[in-house]
Structures are given as C-alpha cells and as structure tokens.
Design a protein around this ligand. Structure first.
Ligand code: ADP
Ligand code: MG
Length: 755
C-alpha cells in the first residue's frame, strides 16, 4: 500500500518534549516563543526570577534604564492632560514602592486608566524603564491589578494596549512568582501557562535524572514536586526545599557530564614520553640562569609523570600573574621533544604568540637553534605559525612542522586548522585559556589523536568554578612567585575629589622613565582616526551603547595626542598598540617596546594577557572603574617583572563612595589574585566571570551559583563519580544520560557527542 501522504510528524517522545501550542494554545505559545520557550520542558525550566508576597511592594532602588521590569507597586495619583503639539491625551499615573520612591506610568489616549488606577490600587506593572529628566517611567506598561474597579474577587488581567482579553488568574499560595519576561510575554502570561501545564502533569511525565537513592540520601523532592514548589510555592519553606532539590539536580547532571567526558578522554591511549639521562630537558635545566620555585619543580614532576603514563594529560595549570607558568610549560614541552615528539603552544593573540616565540628562543638559547651554525646539534627548532603570516614564511613553517624539524611550534588558532600536519604532535599547551574559546580546545580533541593537553590560565579560578567550568580537567596550582619579585604598589586616583592629580600621574611616569623604566597607559577603547573609515564606523557603533549619559571612556588615540602634547612627557617616545593595527604594526611596536625605545605605550587591553616587558614599571589604567577586578589584576601583573619596584595607578572619574570605587579599593589593597577573583565573582554577574566557557553550559546553570554553592557542587561531584564508577556508560540511568546530553549539547562539550 503506497500512500503518497507525507509522513506524519514524529510524536513527541514525552510530555516534556510536547510543543507548547498543543498544551496552551497557539496564542500563548506564540508569546512564550518570544522567550525562547518551545516545549513543555522549556517552560518548566523557565524559573522565576524572584517571588513576591502578595501585596509586598518591589523596591525601585535597582531599576535601570532600558531594562524590562515587573514591579509590584501602589498607585499614588493619576491625572490626564491634553498634548500640546498633537491631538490626544497623556495620562500620568504615579506609583510608589514601599520606601516612597516613585516612578511614572505614562499612557497615551487611555484616559480610562484614571478611573481604573485609583490611588491605593496595588498591582504588577510591567514594561521597559525609560527616563524623562531625572524621573524614571514605564511607557504604556502592561498590568495585573490586585484591587481595583475591574477586579473580580482575586486578580484580574487588565487589557494592555494591544490586547482586549481579560484573563482571570488565581494564586495557589501567598507567593507570586515573577518570571523573566519579554514585551510579548509578561510574567503573568508565563505564570498562567505554567499553571495550566503543571496542573495536568503526572509523576511519570517528569522523569528524574537524580537516582532514587541519592534523592533519599540528600532528602530531595522528586522532580515534579520540586517544579511545583518552585513555580507555585505555598510558602518560603516549600520554595526553598524545591530550589535546593533542583539546584542539586543541576549540579549533579553537570558533574556527571564533565566526569564522563574526562573518563572517556582517558580511554584513548596517548604516547608515553619518558625521560632519559642527559635528555633535552636536563640540558635545558642545566643552562637555566635561575632556580625553579618549589611549585615549578613539583608541578613539573607531576607533568612528567603524566606524560610518561600513557594516559592523556588533561590538566589545568593555574598560577597568578608572574608565577612562571610559561617556564613550566616549556619544560613539559621539552620533555616531549626530548623523547621524540613535538609540542605546540597556542596563544590567544598574534602579539602573544610572537612574544612566546621570542621568550622561548631566549630561554632555549643554542638549544633552540639546532642545525644552525651557532646552534646545539642536540637541540631543536621553534616554528611560528599565525593566521596572518606571508605565504612563503607560512610554507616554510608548515614544512618544518610536518618534517618534525621544528620540535616546538608556537601559534594562534591557525595551528588548529586541518591543513596543518605534524610529524608527531604529543603535547598541546593552551595559554591563557580565558581568552581561548572552548571551541578551540574541542577542535584539538576532535582530531582523533589523544594528545596530552595542558591548559594554562592566569585568572585564578576559585575551586568551585574550576570544578564547574573545567570540571573535566585535573588541576595544578603554582602558588608562589619567583624570588626577587618586586612589590607593586597600587593607588586609586580619584579625579572627582582630586581633579588636579592627572598631571601628577604623568609626572610620576616621567620620573620612572628618567630612571630608565617604561610605562603602560591602558584605555578602554581605541577612539576615532578620522582618516580611517572603519575606525569611524566602529566608534559610531560604540557610541550607540551608553544611553546612560556617562561620558565616553578615554580612548587610546585621544590619550596619545594628549600625552604627546603633555609638558611632563616632552621629548619621550609615546606609541600605541590596539586591535585595529595590522599584525606587522603591532609586532613592530612591541619590538621597539622590548628594545626600550618606546617610553610610554598607550594601549587597549591587548596588553592584558601575558605581555612580558620586564623593564616596565608603571601601569596607568584610565577609567579603571570600567574594568573588572580580575582584569585590573591582570593589567597590574604586566609591571614589576624586572626586579624594579612598580607602580599601578587606577584613574577613575567615579566619585566615592560607590560600588565601582569599592572594587578599585579592593584591587589597591590586595595583590592576591585568588582573593580578588573571589571578590570579583561575588560582585559581578556570573556570566561575565565565566565568559564564553559558561555560555555553552548556560542551559544547565540556572539555579546553581558557582560562588555560593560550593558545597552542593562538591557533593554532586562525589555522587556523580560514584554513579559513573558503577555504571560508566550510564546504561542503568537513561534519564540521567539524556539530561547530561541535553545540558552539555552544542556548547562546551559538543565534542562529548562526537567522541
Ligand atoms: P606567567 O605566565 O605565569 O604570568 P611568566 O611565565 O611570564 O609568568 O614569567 C614571568 C617572568 O618570570 C618571566 O620573565 C620568566 O622568565 C621569569 N621566571 C619564571 N620562573 C622564574 C624563576 N624560577 N626565577 C626567576 N624568574 C623566573
Ligand atoms: Mg604567561
């Protein structure tokens, strides 16, 4: 029977996969789609942002212009007037929060609002925050009133401007969830849909990734119950129990995924690189002009054991700025090369790759010039491969790499292209991971070779973050700085209270230069070069950004002009370094900086990562308040590397006291990168801290807060390890397996699926 009808769409595998239009109707489904919610499961995992007690007013304190907000507020007054320029009326409704702060609700041609929003009415108001003068306002907000003329008993949805329907809503408990909303889907639309769905779900519809015994051991709620408690709690206790249960589940699924990835990667054997007496590394160590720190020595031994083990290394090396990670990496690389393999060092930028090449060549001396006249025949060669190399140089490098003539290869992501063939790649070192996308790391692994991998990060990562973001890697920490490091003193230069201090800053720079040192001045943006169309366009785009009325940040090109005209710096060579320069221009400037020919380098944060100019002793950060704490710590780490006492000046136009100034004071008062990273995590939004590494795992980090939930994460990791121990492929745990795959899909662990 050959029927020509198109195949029926596949039935959803479970209730959670059911498209929302089948559950809540096309109209609501369309609204929910504006929040990216397509299925029942999506909706249930759209967790409330907060809960409000019925009648409790929302503080207006944190409202920011441009944000879409939902507030619970009480009406103070309402009045209408004719518009001056046009026909029609404006109705202005003043609403207040519990502290008497006020905002305006503004409606056009809706006089009836006056009768509806009588003083004393309490309701939810939802819309985008805008500003007129100093007054914040919501234009044409949607609303849900609790008492008012149109209320029938409980709450009623008052039609918004684009809507005629009136939807009655009741509340199960005294706590009302407030959801992340959009202009199309208000929190009460979400609430109504969630209720509709939750009411008809049964336990079998919501399989639980957490195995029963773990749930019992930790006293957790079954998943459906937890979802009910989160979306429609009767009271705080119920909500908190639900939150705890779902948070644990999140941590557990994530840790299971990460540990499973880790185990899987270990199944593929890697080449053993064993040490021999008199090998390359031994010769290198003998020629090293300084002694290793204890940390460098012990981490080095750890790495060598791993390289010789036959199991692929997957290690994260953390160390504060200046702790000497590069040397640790180089020694591991030499162990590999000495045993007949090749090693690659990947840098996040061309500037850094070029610098690594220089510092490797310098550290290696004759050992890095095998086959040349003044080289050591027992040594090796270092090749550089970057994206922007001229074709001839590139061909030469590729040849050295494929023949194995170059034991060490330094490069950017260009090294990961399929066309780059190695004779025998044994170890890849990824420098400054936080700038190096997870995708790049994946690209390495998907080449099918079990290459030893060492990831280095200069941003100290608190343990729980490491466990979450790099949970598939083992961790080593370099926790001391090489002897002889000079202290860096850090000062906040607050221009609001000391407007005359900027010239003082340049005088200090002058003094350092006169003493033979060099200075960095870091700015947040590049600025406009009127001759360069691209730069003008880029700046225009930048300018659209801050509507808040803050003056634009100091720009590299403007500061360059100012400093070249600055009397205190007369006669000094001031140059710039930024992302719009060509690789050759950057390389040329960096070479002059290293040669000591440039006295003051004005740059963007391209100097943030890893730049090593031992003679630099002053770091001036303009608009320091616009940088993160860890970023400032990185910038500061660029000076004080050469045995001279160093100075870091954080210039800011933000008055104290303020949160921004507190952050700057924190940087000024501590040089402990780990402590600052913890501080940073507490004060910034998580996503900013985790950067791209987190974006892939976003879908799984909903309730989990890596700063606060260390205990949960640690417990979940232990539990996950035990489960995987007993059942490595999760054959007995199909629900968990699916949850793991969904949570990590497409993001940082896409390679999990490919493996
Ligand atoms: P990181 O990358 O960890 O910030 P680097 O590897 O750039 O630090 O090292 C900073 C500087 O310290 C480099 O100039 C390096 O040569 C030097 N260095 C590394 N280890 C030692 C040591 N044990 N003793 C003295 N100087 C060292
Ligand atoms: Mg470094």
């Amino acid at each position: 029977m050959s029927d020509q009808r198109p195949a029926a769409p596949e039935p959803p595998r479970s209730r959670l996969d059911t498209p929302l239009d089948r559950e809540v109707g096309p109209r609501t489904a369309e609204r929910l789609a504006s929040l990216g919610l397509a299925s029942v499961g999506d909706l249930l995992e759209h967790y409330p942002r907060r809960w409000t007690r019925r009648g409790d007013l929302t503080s207006f304190d944190g409202l920011r212009e441009g944000e879409h907000v939902t507030v619970q507020a009480t009406v103070v007054s309402a009045s209408s007037r004719r518009m001056k320029q046009r026909r029609g009326t404006i109705t202005e409704v003043v609403v207040a929060d519990g502290d008497g702060r006020r905002i305006d609700l503004v409606f056009f041609n809706q006089r009836f609002r006056e009768g509806q929003l009588v003083p004393g009415t309490v309701g939810f108001f939802s819309g985008k925050v805008s500003r007129r003068g100093r007054q914040l306002q919501l234009l044409q907000p949607d609303m849900l009133l609790q008492q008012g003329r149109h209320a029938r008993g409980g709450l009623s949805l008052v039609p918004g401007p684009d809507e005629q329907a009136e939807v009655a809503e009741d509340f199960a408990g005294s706590l009302t969830p407030v959801y992340p909303a959009s202009a199309r889907a208000q929190t009460w639309h979400v609430a109504a849909a969630v209720r509709q769905v939750l009411d008809t779900l049964v336990v079998a519809d919501v399989p639980d990734p957490v195995p029963d015994d773990l749930r019992e051991r930790h006293g957790l709620l079954p998943r459906l119950e937890a979802l009910r408690g989160l979306h429609r709690p009767a009271d705080e206790a119920e909500r908190d129990a639900a939150t705890h249960s779902l948070r644990y589940a999140e941590a557990f699924v994530l840790q299971t995924g990460l540990l499973r990835a880790r185990t899987r990667a270990r199944l593929v054997p890697a080449t053993r690189y064993e040490r021999r007496p008199g090998d390359l590394l031994e010769r290198f160590d003998a020629a090293l002009p300084f002694t290793l720190t204890d940390g460098q020595r012990s981490v080095g031994e750890e790495l060598q054991r791993e390289l010789a083990s036959g199991t692929p290394m997957q290690r994260l090396l953390q160390g504060d700025v200046g702790s000497g990670k590069t040397l640790v990496a180089l020694r591991a690389m030499l162990a590999v090369v000495g045993a007949g393999g090749q090693a690659a060092l990947l840098a996040p930028t061309e500037v850094l790759a070029a610098q690594h090449l220089r510092s490797l060549e310098q550290l290696l001396g004759p050992l890095g010039r095998a086959g040349t006249l003044d080289g050591d025949a027992e040594g090796t060669r270092v090749a550089l491969l970057t994206g922007s190399m001229p074709a001839a140089a590139r061909r030469r490098a590729l040849l050295q790499i494929v023949t194995g003539e170059a034991g060490l290869v330094v490069g950017t992501h260009a090294l990961l292209q399929q066309s780059v063939e190695f004779a025998d790649l044994g170890l890849v070192v990824v420098d400054e991971q936080h700038r190096f996308g997870v995708e790049q790391r994946d690209a390495l692994r998907s080449r099918g070779v079990a290459v030893h991998t060492l990831v280095m990060t200069a941003t100290p990562i608190p343990r729980t973050v490491a466990m979450t973001v790099f949970g598939d890697l083992d961790t080593s920490v370099l926790d001391e700085l090489p002897a002889g490091r000079q202290p860096i003193s850090t000062h906040v230069v607050g221009l609001p209270e000391r407007p005359g201090w900027l010239p003082r800053v340049w005088q200090r720079v002058r003094e350092e230069v006169d003493a033979g040192r060099q200075a960095f001045v870091v700015c947040q943006r590049i600025g406009v070069d009127v001759d360069d169309e691209e730069s003008v366009l880029a700046e225009l785009e930048n300018d659209l950004e801050p509507p808040g009325g803050r003056p634009p940040a100091a720009a590299v090109l403007d500061v360059l002009d100012a400093l070249r005209a600055e009397p205190a710096l007369a006669g000094l060579r001031v140059e710039v370094l930024h992302g719009r320069m060509t690789p050759e221009e950057k390389e040329a400037v960096m070479a002059d900086v290293l040669a000591g020919d440039v006295h003051v380098l004005v740059a963007t944060t391209v100097v943030e990562v890893g730049v090593d100019v031992p003679n630099a002793s002053v770091m001036v950060v303009m608009d320091a308040d616009r940088f993160g704490v860890s970023q400032l710590h990185q910038l500061r780490g660029r000076v004080g590397r050469g045995g001279h006492p160093a100075l870091c000046l954080l210039v800011t136009g933000v008055p104290a006291p303020s949160e921004a100034r507190e952050r700057l004071d924190a940087v000024a008062s501590s040089t402990d990168g780990f402590a600052l990273a913890r501080f940073d995590l507490r004060t910034r939004r998580e996503g900013d801290v985790l950067g791209s590494a987190q974006s892939g795992a976003r879908s799984s980090l909903r309730l989990l807060r890596v700063v606060d939930d260390g205990d949960v994460i640690a417990a979940a990791r232990q539990d996950a390890a035990a489960v995987l121990d007993a059942d490595p492929e999760l054959q007995e745990h199909p629900v968990l397996l699916e949850a793991v795959e969904v949570a990590l899909a497409g993001g940082r662990d896409a390679w999990l699926a490919r493996a």
